[in-house]
Write a protein that binds this ligand. Structure first.
Ligand code: AMP
Length: 504
């Protein structure tokens, strides 16, 4: 089934319902949204795009994003969404790897791309795009559940990005799991797109289309905490996806102005570790509005969920442990913990997290070597380490490559980071291993701290919380941590900084 049918159905049954917004301004209802996407599909076919072809979307978050995405699907092609913050060179690499026929761009990204490739680009603000949307309406091309819908290039905190083949079937499974496990969606709700639509935030558009909810792109085109708080007051109930660093930032912004986040219905967080101290503060301030998900491009948004009640629970004995977990399996997947060969381990043992089920990819785009390394015995090997407790809650340790091995003992940076973050003066922290002749590696911490915080204070704090051998042997105070375009801390960059410090 082509995912565009959900849009066709909503347009048929509730065509006059408000659909697309730029800031607070409505730009289309569902009938207009579908009609414009049908026009785009016709225009794409006229330009030689046929079912199975790939079309790049290198655009910042604007309402046309969804018109383009559905237009591509209606004509049977697949979308290749590229993060608008990528360099033109990186975007060219993805255009080439996907073999895309053309790209949709916004003015800024169009300029960045044009400097590196002569791939035909269509600027969605140009009259040519308006002409496309007004073309004759296309019928929805038939697509099967195993057909490519979205070619997702992983964010690449580790080396060259690989293209995950996300099919129409995976998207349907992921969206239905949202309704079953994450949150309900009603027509009065609004999906607010602050995180890049080329990633999880955009994937969540689908379930909002199914339910005929509103889609709101902030006028700033990105993440501005104050803009969100104002939009929620004016246009709520709003739901949105946020990286943990964004949650930290809205809590800071809201506590400063006394804003309790009226109009925010649900904040789904994930994509990186959320520290217990940060989420406790966020729930204390905003109330039970938070749901955590754990996913990866290879099983988009749909591995586990820590529901609203669990995130807000401060009563059940052991609530802290659950809050530090990523929750339980979503309804469409099965979880396992395996050793390096993919053999299942017992509950409680730390090993590699394995997933199988409906939203799990069959493989990477034109990369059988990477596929056979990642899919073993029918399981997706996530590359994340963790353990399952007796109640089915999954706790992530670190990616296998991030584990610090000091004197033959494994130290999980996340545990040390959690301990440091309970110190009032620590805003952000990243812990990693430094080469050490005697121990192999020892533990060091990069810290964004409030003024006056000393190394001695942090040392005393760690000694009171964690085993002595886990405490950092050195602290590096910094103004901020390097992050990728999705807000994930780039440990690779911190490792490079360390190397520079010690090689000189
Ligand atoms: P990507 O494929 O770019 O979405 O990155 C996925 C990776 O982000 C996962 O394999 C995890 O390492 C990490 N990740 C995703 N969700 C969470 C979460 N809730 N907590 C901690 N790490 C997460």
């Amino acid at each position: 089934m082509n995912m565009a049918h959900w849009l066709a159905r909503t347009a048929a049954r509730a065509g006059g319902t408000p659909a697309l917004f730029h800031g607070q301004e409505q730009v289309a209802d569902y009938a207009q949204f579908f009609r414009a996407a049908q026009g785009v599909a016709t225009a794409l076919s006229a330009r030689g795009v046929t079912p199975g072809d790939r079309v790049v979307i290198f655009m910042k978050n604007v309402p046309e994003y969804l018109v383009v995405l559905y237009g591509i699907w209606i004509c049977g092609a697949a979308a290749v969404p590229v993060n608008a913050k990528l360099h033109g060179k990186e975007a060219r690499q993805i255009c080439e790897a996907s073999g895309a026929k053309l790209a949709f761009v916004t003015e800024d990204t169009g300029r960045a791309l044009a400097a590196f490739t002569d791939l035909p680009c269509i600027d969605v603000a140009a009259p040519a795009f308006a002409d496309m949307t007004a073309s004759d309406p296309a019928q929805i091309a038939p697509r099967g559940p195993d057909d490519l819908a979205w070619l997702f290039f992983t964010s690449g905190t580790t080396g060259t990005p690989k293209g995950v083949i996300i099919t129409h079937g995976m998207l349907a499974a992921m969206s239905l799991a949202y309704l079953a496990d994450v949150d309900d969606v009603h027509a009065r709700d609004g999906a607010f797109y602050m995180a890049p639509m080329s990633h999880g935030a955009g994937l969540y558009a689908l379930v909002h289309v199914l339910r005929g909810a509103r889609h709101i792109c902030p006028a700033s085109g990105g993440f501005e905490a104050d803009e969100l708080l104002a939009a929620a007051r004016a246009m709520g109930p709003l739901s949105m996806f946020m990286a943990p660093t964004m949650v930290r930032r809205i809590t800071d912004a809201a506590t400063k102005t006394g804003d309790r986040g009226d109009g925010i219905k649900t904040i789904i967080y994930g994509g990186g570790p959320m520290y217990v101290a940060d989420i406790v503060e966020a729930v204390d301030w905003f109330g039970p509005k938070f749901v955590q998900i754990y996913g990866q491009g290879e099983c988009p948004m749909a591995i586990t969920v820590l529901g609203r009640e669990d995130v807000a629970d401060r009563q059940t004995p052991g609530w802290e442990t659950r809050l530090a977990s990523v929750g339980t399996a979503q309804s469409v997947v099965e979880l396992g913990i395996g050793d390096a060969e993919g053999n299942p381990l017992a509950p409680g043992d730390v090993g590699e997290i394995m997933v199988r089920g409906l939203p799990v990819m069959q493989g990477y785009w034109q990369d059988t070597a990477a596929t056979s390394k990642t899919i073993r015995n029918g399981w997706l090997m996530t590359g994340d380490m963790g353990y399952l407790d007796a109640d089915g809650y999954l706790t992530l340790r670190d990616r296998s490559k991030d584990v610090i091995i000091s004197g033959g003992t494994n130290i999980y940076p996340r545990e040390v980071e959690e301990a440091l973050l309970t110190h009032d003066g620590v805003r952000e922290v990243s812990v990693l291993g430094r080469a050490n002749a005697e121990w192999g590696e020892d533990v060091v911490a990069f810290v964004v701290a409030r003024e006056g915080v000393t190394e001695a204070a942090l040392e005393a704090h760690c000694l009171a919380q964690i085993a002595r051998f886990k405490r950092p042997k050195a602290y590096f105070f910094t103004d901020d941590l390097p992050k990728n375009n999705y807000g994930k801390v780039l440990k690779t960059e911190l490792r490079a900084r360390l190397k520079e410090m010690y090689d000189d």
